[in-house]
Each structure stands twice: as C-alpha cells, then as structure tokens.
Design a protein around this ligand. Structure first.
Ligand code: NAP
Length: 287
C-alpha cells in the first residue's frame, strides 16, 4: 500500500481521499480550513500542518483544489508548498480543473525539481466521487499514468490517457464547456416553451425521447422541472471553468462564442445570487 498525501478536502477532494483510505492506503491530508481536515481524521487520515508537511515522505501527492490560484500557492509556496516537501521519485497529481497554461507551468516546475507530474482532472460530480465512479482524464507520460492508474481505480471507473501534460486539463475544459452549453441551452428552451403555453413536462418527455437529447440535457431538464438546485457542480465553478476555456481560446487566437454566451448566462445567475446553486440553477435567471 502507498503513502498518499491529499491536498484540498472540499466537496470532491474529501470524497476522493475517503475512497483511497477505504482502499487501504496510508493517507495524510491537508486543507486550508482545518475543520475539513479534522473530518478526514475520523476516517483514519493523519493531518498535516502544511502542504509541504503532507508531501514529506509521500509516494503520491494528489491535489483537488478550487482553481489555478489555489493550486499555485499549495504546490509552489516558498515556505509551505508541497513541491518543497516531495521525496525523490514521488509522483505529483493535479486533479483540480485548471487552465492548460497553469497545468503546463506546474508540470515544468515539478519536473525541474526532479519529480513526475500528471494533470488528471475528473469527469463526474459529488455522487460519482462518493460512488467511486469518476472518470480521470490524464495528461503526462504513459509510465506515470500506468503508475497512477491503481489509485485512480480506487476513486473512479475509468482512466483515459489523453496526451502529454496539459492535455488532461484541455480535454476536461472541453467536457465542461459542452456540459455547460447544453444546460444553459436547456434552461433557455424550457423558458421559451413555458411562454408558448406548452405542457412543459410533456414537452421535456417528448424532447428527451428524440435522438437529439443527450443524457446531460435530459438530467438538466429533470432538475429544472423539479426545481432541485442543490449544489453538485455549482454555477460558480462552471463560470470559473468557462473563464479557463476563454483563456485557452484566446491563447490560440481563436473564438468560442457559444462558451462565451454560456459564461454570460452563468454570470447573470451569480449576480442574481444563484452562484452556489447547481449549474441547472441557471434557469432561474429567466424567472
Ligand atoms: P470546493 O468544495 O469548493 O473545494 C475547493 C477546495 O479548494 C477546498 O479544499 C478549499 O479549501 C480549497 N481552496 C480554495 N481556495 C484555496 C486557496 N487559495 N488556497 C488553498 N486551498 C484553497 O470545490 P470542489 O467541488 O471540491 O471542486 C474542486 C475542484 O474540482 C475544482 O477545480 C472544480 O472545478 C473541480 N471539479 C468539481 C466538480 C463538482 O461537481 N463539484 C466536478 C469535477 C471537477 P477551503 O476548504 O479552505 O475553502
């Protein structure tokens, strides 16, 4: 069994860390807010006082943090950063959803220090993290993906190696953009159909039975009709990911008008106080 350090114990990270403990690994955790780390101690984890202390002696260091800024400070802080504590031969894995540019910059810093690095963001939300059904999109060397796969298997149902460092983040952002565009589209169409005086439950049932309806669109419609916006993948995080899509698109001197329009809808939801809703709460901007 491996010695694992897990950094970031929010909605996703806490569940992923628990899966690794259940698989029998020796776990040391760190979280910025100490209360969330203490909750993991009840599951058998040791608590570290800093990312650096957590990483010291670990075979694998995994992070699941909000964004680029959190990732940068947790890995690279001069005094407390995880990289400074990593042992020779250790593997760093970033599971957070990050910009492609930052994933590559971090990979460079980890390699320069003599360690291995994977960006391996996940598809799936809180229920999939809870049920070990996540899908890992790994960017890095094939040998590192092979090394990490048993750990990913303890947390998920599939691992896809999609290219070198940064490619996992690129594919993840594409998945989230496709998801968010469909959800925002469904919100707008449900609102339009209601205004047309159509029986909305029947309309959604019929649309859902056509070949154009995806699993994601059908799930979003069900959530919107039920008025169930309990956070799984909150609007705030979707907006962050769409900003990251925009930065990748700008770096490639390209355009992404659908992602940009979806970001505007998510921004309006945040401005109206729905930022902590599940992303399907975007339908509330039309009420
Ligand atoms: P979350 O519940 O908000 O947790 C965020 C984590 O990041 C917490 O541990 C938080 O620490 C930490 N953090 C935030 N800012 C920090 C900073 N400046 N320094 C250090 N730590 C910081 O988010 P989540 O839902 O677990 O998502 C985590 C990552 O997975 C994100 O990149 C998200 O986009 C991605 N993701 C989410 C989902 C989903 O459905 N929720 C699905 C797939 C991927 P504190 O507890 O101290 O605030």
């Amino acid at each position: 069994m491996a010695k694992i350090a897990f950094l970031g114990l929010g909605a996703m990270g806490s569940r992923m860390a628990r899966s690794l403990i259940a698989a029998g690994h020796e776990m040391t955790v760190w979280n910025r807010s100490a209360a969330l780390a203490r909750a993991l101690a009840d599951h058998g984890a040791m608590i570290a006082s800093s990312p650096r202390a957590a990483a010291t002696g670990a075979d694998i260091v995994i992070a699941m943090l909000r964004d680029d800024q959190a990732s940068r400070s947790v890995w690279l802080d001069d005094d407390d950063g995880a990289l400074a504590g990593m042992s020779a031969g250790a593997l760093a894995i970033e599971c957070s959803t990050l910009t492609v540019a930052w994933a590559r910059e971090l990979a460079g810093a980890v390699h320069k220090a003599g360690h291995s690095f994977l960006d391996a963001p996940v598809v799936g939300s809180r229920p999939q993290a809870e049920g070990r059904q996540l899908i890992f999109l790994a960017g890095g060397a094939a040998s590192d993906v092979e090394r990490a796969t048993p750990f990913f298997s303890a947390m998920g149902q599939a691992t896809h190696h999609v290219g070198g460092n940064g490619c996992g983040s690129a594919v993840k952002l594409a998945v989230n953009a496709l998801f968010a565009i469909q959800v925002a589209g469904m919100a707008e169409l449900i609102t339009m159909l209601k205004a047309d005086g159509v029986d909305i439950t029947r309309a959604v049932e019929v649309i859902g039975a056509t070949p154009v309806a995806s699993v994601a669109a059908k799930g979003a419609a069900a959530s919107m009709l039920a008025g169930n916006f309990a956070p799984m993948f909150p609007v705030e995080l979707v907006a962050k990911d769409l900003d990251y899509v925009a930065s990748a698109v700008a770096a490639g001197r390209n355009r992404a008008p659908l992602s940009a329009a979806t970001r505007l809808a998510m921004g309006e939801a945040i401005a109206k106080g729905f930022g902590n809703d599940n992303l399907t709460g975007v339908v509330r901007i039309y009420n």
